[in-house]
Design a protein around this ligand. Structure first.
Ligand code: FAD
Length: 390
């Protein structure tokens, strides 16, 4: 088939590679004139690592990433709120912290030889018949299949007839990379919470493609209301640094070199729900189909799982409609579980409901000690594909 992939984030990159390798003729359209990753780093779950393994990239990602064995969160008075270890779910299981640049670079090198990538090519319209309107090109282009992977702020989604809702979350975050040298918890995602209005996180994420391989990095993120993210300025930076120094003195040693708001990136997210992810010749994947709050650390993971499921469905059905329906069925349960969890759990960490913070601090740790609940919490963390009790 002639396939158009719209968007060159993780979902678009992985899909382009898998479909090109399956023998399809793939064109990728990316709005940005420069092909580059956006943001600092992320936590890859074991299920997403499985997809990279299938792409032949396991050793390369392990070399560039940082093994994460534990998620550890405390409140402002040092009370344990969260303490989960992957190995409790299965011995040897781990997550992988990665810089955005490292994963982007690996997928880019794998994609370039097999697909045509058009940078600076914003798609302004797609339809179910396979028509793709690229801003720079004169007329519309026609494809047998259009894979829309244009992210959580997708503009193409609104005209698809598939959208149920995609409201912005009222909260967001500022984030950046910090040097990891000497960091005391190189294999832990650490978070510190003060009520529901302040959350600070540090995730070791390994190497960047543009610095020496043995220079390792941390992703630092700081939660803020969405309006404060949009208005983040020198005063907000100073307030953030004061709060970091108060809540996490060991971290403040690393953040004092942040002197300009431009050193941090803004992150806003949406709660995206589609009736179904496909129509005719057009399918939505990744954040474009199911963007959510990053609280559960699953978005990159899900983008990879989407790409793998789509390639598998196309390989096993001769008819395009049957393949896309099969893809939607395959992904529905997993996506729905994380959409619900994300909607319920995010306010416990990011909201103006201060009582939810007290509830979280009082209940999370004791509930997490109950064996059945603990297993479920670990499965959720690890991005389990089998749903609640599978
Ligand atoms: C602060 C934060 C922390 C996160 N942490 C984690 C984590 O720890 N683990 C995890 O798994 N996930 C995490 N996520 C979520 C994860 O980043 C996303 O879910 C994932 O990157 C989505 O990938 P995507 O390819 O669907 O979309 P994107 O990466 O957004 O890519 C979309 C691409 O489409 C392009 N595009 C947009 N519109 C057009 C158009 N009209 N024409 C052409 N191109 C277009 C964009 O330029 C972009 O390159 C986090 C997100 C945030 C904000």
């Amino acid at each position: 088939m002639r396939v158009a992939v719209i968007g060159y984030g993780t979902a678009g990159q992985a899909t382009a590679i898998l479909l090109a390798r399956a023998g399809h003729d793939v064109d990728v359209f990316e709005r940005s004139p420069e092909l580059q990753p956006v943001g600092a780093g992320f936590l890859l779950q074991p299920t997403g690592l499985g997809v990279l393994d299938a792409l032949g990239l396991r050793e390369a990602v392990l070399a560039r990433g940082q093994r994460i064995e534990r998620l550890h969160g405390t409140n402002a008075s040092g009370r344990m709120v969260m303490d989960m270890r992957y190995a409790e779910l299965a011995p040897g299981l781990f997550g992988l912290g990665m810089t955005r640049g490292a994963l982007f670079d690996l997928l880019h090198r794998t994609c370039t030889p097999v697909a045509r990538i058009h940078a600076g090519a914003e798609v302004t319209n797609v339809d179910a018949s396979g028509r793709v309107q690229v801003a720079a090109a004169g007329g519309a282009l026609r494809f047998d299949l259009v894979v829309v992977a244009d992210g959580s702020q997708s503009r193409l989604r609104a005209h698809s007839g598939l959208l149920v809702r995609d409201p912005p979350y009222p909260w967001g975050a500022m984030w950046c990379l910090l040097p990891a040298e000497g960091w005391a918890w190189p294999h832990e995602l650490r978070q510190r919470y003060a009520g529901t209005r302040t959350m600070i996180g540090v995730l070791p994420v390994g190497a960047r493609p543009d610095t020496a391989p043995d220079t390792r990095w941390l992703t630092f993120y700081y939660s803020l209301p969405g309006t404060a993210v949009d208005a983040f300025d020198a005063g907000a930076l100073a307030a953030m640094l004061t709060q970091v120094a108060r809540l996490w003195p060991e971290l403040a040693e690393r953040t004092h070199h942040l002197t300009d708001p431009a050193q941090l990136r803004r992150a806003r997210y949406r709660d995206v729900h589609l009736r179904t992810p496909w129509s005719g010749r057009c399918v939505f994947i990744g954040d474009a189909a199911h963007g959510m709050s990053p609280q559960l650390g699953q978005g990159v993971n899900m983008a990879l799982l989407d790409a793998q499921a789509l390639a598998a469905a196309l390989a096993s059905h001769g008819d395009l409609g049957a393949a896309l329906a099969g893809y939607a069925r395959q992904r529905r349960k997993h996506v729905a579980i994380y959409q619900s969890l994300s909607r319920w759990l995010t306010p416990l960490f990011q909201s103006d409901q201060l009582w939810l913070g007290s509830l979280r601090d009082a209940l999370f740790a004791p509930i997490g000690r109950l064996p059945l609940a603990r297993t479920q919490m670990l499965r959720i963390l690890a991005g389990s594909k089998r749903g609640w009790w599978g």
